[in-house]
Design a binder for this molecule. Structure first.
Ligand code: PMP
Length: 399
């Protein structure tokens, strides 16, 4: 019995939720003396504060009553049209406005897709490793995860064997600068993936928050455009979090109309619609090509940060460690010698005021490798990157 006077019974779903030990450890990483490579936060230097400020002013001055009123669940029509048009940059040329739903960040999209597709025990394919926030969203609906095999080139399409895909509800894939690995799927693999999924009728959820943050190599077509051409069902998630700012809580889903219609019903029950004023302000910011000038500055910043981190790792990490070299995005994935448990390493690193995220939680299988870690490089200064990486290098060598 609860010792307080209050009495309540949580749903079975809620009772199954467990706090993460790592989250507890990482809580202390907000302390100013900690050099944290743990966060997944974009760099505030990249936030276009003035442009957003002007946009909110304009919207309130010119369209205040609409901006402050309830709006359609599908989203602000001009913004939906802008998204449909902008998707052409990713190679999706024939997306209509009614195939776009505006959401409150792609995290909300993940929750809604869990509600749409997952019953207790439903098979769900995820890359091994995959984005922790997606696993948390889907897990509320109690799926049976099937890890999709990956290698240094990301997801392996041939790994989607008949047995793995049989009766699966969807595969969740991150083709660009994956969170957590930073890996990018080659064009050949993208093509093979959509063809395989078309052949077996497996829907693809393409989560692409980082695609616009490419600072090396050639841009590759997204799964939505490739999938449509191949006859696959692709549900694409996009967000303004990394190209403008995450505090806006604004993203979109692009998918076939009948999927969007169901998602609209789900979103209606969730929050009626995404904030009208935010949608209108962001439309004001992006409508005349702002991203064309803004994104190059963000990419340059991230490229510089990534270079600081890779240089420091080359200097301080032992040859027994290996790591990815991202062409964009925010993360580097490190594989340590097999005997090193990165959760134990984290405890020692925190004593020396350095933090990172151990790799194990990004896997859904119990026997996941324990010798990996994710390093985020975008918010830490060059000097602190060097200092923090030197500490990690020393600890790895001592292990
Ligand atoms: N998907 C991935 C892969 C992410 O890394 C993130 C942000 N960390 C999200 C979705 C959620 O982004 P949003 O701010 O749009 O909710």
């Amino acid at each position: 019995m609860n010792s307080s006077a209050l009495s309540y019974t949580f749903s079975q779903r809620a009772q199954k939720l467990t706090g993460s030990a790592i989250r507890e450890i990482l809580k202390i990483t907000v302390r100013p003396e900690i050099i944290s490579f743990a966060g997944g936060l974009p760099a505030p230097k990249g936030f276009p504060t003035e442009a957003i400020n002007r946009a909110y002013d304009r919207v309130l001055a010119q369209m205040g009553p609409v901006a402050l009123q309830y709006g359609p669940t599908e989203g602000y029509a001009p913004l939906r049209a802008w998204v449909a048009e902008d998707l052409k940059r990713s190679g999706a040329h024939d997306i209509s406005v009614d195939e776009v739903l505006i959401v409150s960040g792609s995290q909300q999209a993940l929750d809604m897709l869990g509600k749409l597709f997952v019953d207790p025990g439903s098979k769900v394919l995820v890359e091994a490793p995959s984005y922790l926030g997606a696993l948390q969203s889907f897990s509320l609906f109690e799926p049976t995860y099937v890890p999709a095999p990956t290698d240094e080139g990301g997801l392996i399409p041939e790994g989607l064997t008949d047995e793995r895909v049989k009766d699966a509800r969807f595969i969740y894939a991150l083709p660009n600068f994956q969170n957590p690995t930073g890996l990018t799927l080659s064009l050949a693999r993208r093509q093979a993936l959509v063809e395989r999924c078309a052949a077996v009728g497996l829907p693809i959820i393409e989560d692409d928050p980082y695609g616009d943050l490419r600072y090396a190599g050639e841009a590759l077509p997204g799964l939505l455009g490739l999938g449509r051409a191949a006859g696959a069902t692709v549900i694409r998630l996009g967000t303004f979090s990394k190209v403008l700012a995450p505090g806006l809580r604004l993203g979109y889903i692009a998918a076939p109309k009948d999927i969007i219609s169901k998602l609209v019903q789900i979103k209606q029950a969730t929050d009626l619609h995404t904030a009208s004023i935010t949608q209108m302000a962001v439309y004001e910011v992006v409508k005349d090509g702002f991203l064309g000038t803004h994104l190059p500055t963000v990419r340059e910043l991230y490229k510089q940060q990534c270079t600081y981190m890779l240089d420091a790792m080359a200097t301080h990490f032992p040859a027994t460690a290996t790591w990815t070299r991202p062409e964009g995005g925010m993360f580097i994935w490190v594989t340590l010698p097999a005997h090193i448990d990165s959760t134990e390493l984290l405890a020692r690193a925190i004593q020396k005021n350095v933090a990172f995220v151990p790799g194990a939680p990004f896997y859904t299988d119990e026997d996941a490798p324990k010798n990996t870690m994710r390093l985020s490089f975008v918010t830490v200064s060059e000097a602190k990157i060097r200092e923090g990486v030197a500490v990690l290098g020393q600890l790895i060598k001592e292990s």
